[in-house]
Ligand binder design. Structure first.
Ligand SMILES: Nc1ncnc2c1ncn2[C@@H]1O[C@H](COP(=O)(O)OP(=O)(O)OP(=O)(O)O)[C@@H](O)[C@H]1O
Ligand SMILES: [Mg+2]
Length: 368
């Protein structure tokens, strides 16, 4: 039923009961590298729409049983399909009906016999409109999330910081120096973690709004991992966790170094957070055909299967405290996934509660 062309072009769903029309439209659209899916009646269209999830529907008006108007009405009444633009396919004589049909939510019409230039222009316009609408919705969602994170997650540490300062100024000189030192230490921890949260938040919003530059260069993977592990040795030693590299691949790969540095550090910091003292963390690399994999494996607390999909969702923003009470914002993995995907890579998670977790960064082995 469906034939896809390997590119970023939109998927057009053509619904028409006349095979000849499907063929003509299919040929015109395929020549422009659109992906195509077909249905030959309204019922079939409605049954398949959710599996196909097209960018645009070309919908014949005159079809037996369910006609195009009825199909359009049902698509527009369903939350899942209501935003997909519908263009009616119609004979010249039906134009008046079709204009009335706009009330049902269609965005345009094309008359038969098809004029390729006209058809392509309309398809292009409406696909572009749909995509910019989605982009805008995404930006608005990001902005909303941004504000809600600021409201929830920054207010409380600032309240804590302010309370510590009040305590210190009230008791300074009146209580032993060690107690003041302890208060100062807590003050520093809170302000450090708040700054980390802000950094993550800014990185994330920059990547969402497309203002982060993606600058891939050839980078030696082995060196990069050793440097990152070096930065975290002290934390590992303090928590009595063994942190070891196991590098089967140490060669070069084309990546944006800042982004992958951040991903590796975030994953190792997580492993350190969620592994109790005495545990073990291994950072491994390997190369199989076409893919370089960097994995961070721990013997920590693990993650329940139902939690795994939620780790990467901005709406859920899952965060639990570490085995030594370490706090976080729940943004780390969301950023990691985004940065890995910017490289056309994948971030894969495997975990067993009580046994440990494995986070695997799979990158195309460009140039290595
Ligand atoms: N290696 C791991 N072992 C067990 N649980 C993990 C591991 N890595 C992540 N998690 C779980 O996933 C949650 C989300 O991780 P994420 O890195 O996104 O946020 P965080 O570490 O809580 O905060 P942040 O990284 O923003 O400071 C964690 O709070 C924890 O519940
Ligand atoms: Mg984290």
């Amino acid at each position: 039923m469906e034939s896809r062309v390997e590119n970023d072009k939109a998927l057009i769903f053509i619904v028409d009961d006349v095979a000849k029309n499907l063929q003509v439209l299919g040929t015109i659209l395929k020549r422009q590298n659109y992906k195509i899916a077909f249905a030959t009646n309204g019922k079939q269209a409605l049954e398949n729409i959710n599996n196909i999830s097209p960018d645009l529907i070309l919908l014949d008006v005159m079809m037996p049983e369910l006609d195009g108007f009825e199909v359009c009405k049902r698509l527009k009444a369903d939350e899942k399909t209501k935003d997909i633009p519908v263009i009616f396919l119609t004979a010249k004589t039906e134009i008046e009906d079709v204009v009335n049909g706009f009330e049902l939510g269609a965005v345009d019409y094309v008359t038969k016999p098809f004029n390729a230039t006209e058809l392509l222009a309309r398809v292009k316009t409406h696909v572009e409109l749909k995509r910019s609408r989605e982009k805008l919705q995404e930006l608005v969602a990001t902005k909303d999330m941004f504000f809600s994170i600021i409201a929830h997650d920054l207010r409380s540490p600032f309240a804590t910081i302010s309370a510590f300062i009040s305590l210190i100024s009230k008791y300074f000189g009146k209580i032993p120096k060690e107690e003041i030192d302890e208060l100062l230490e807590s003050l520093k921890e809170t302000s450090d973690s708040t700054r980390e949260l802000l950094d993550n938040l800014l990185q994330w919003s920059r990547s969402q709004t497309g203002t982060i530059q993606f600058s891939p260069e050839m980078v030696a993977v082995g060196e990069m991992i050793k440097t990152n592990l070096g930065l975290l040795t002290e934390t590992a030693e303090n928590k009595k966790i063994s942190l070891k590299p196991r590098l089967d691949f140490t060669g070069e790969i084309k990546i944006d170094k800042d982004m992958i540095d951040l991903v590796i550090r975030n994953l190792v910091i997580n492993a350190l957070k969620f592994t109790p003292s005495g545990g073990e963390i291994t950072v491994a690399t390997q190369k199989t055909d076409g893919t370089v994999e960097i994995s961070v494996n721990d013997t920590g607390v693990g993650i329940a299967p139902e939690m795994i999909p939620k780790l990467f969702s901005v709406a859920d923003k899952i965060s639990t405290v570490g085995t030594a009470g370490e706090k976080g914002s729940g943004l780390g993995l969301i950023l990691c996934k985004e940065f890995v995907e910017k490289h056309s890579g994948k971030l894969v998670v495997e975990s067993r509660v009580g046994e440990g977790s494995s986070f695997r960064i799979q990158l195309p082995a460009n140039g290595s």
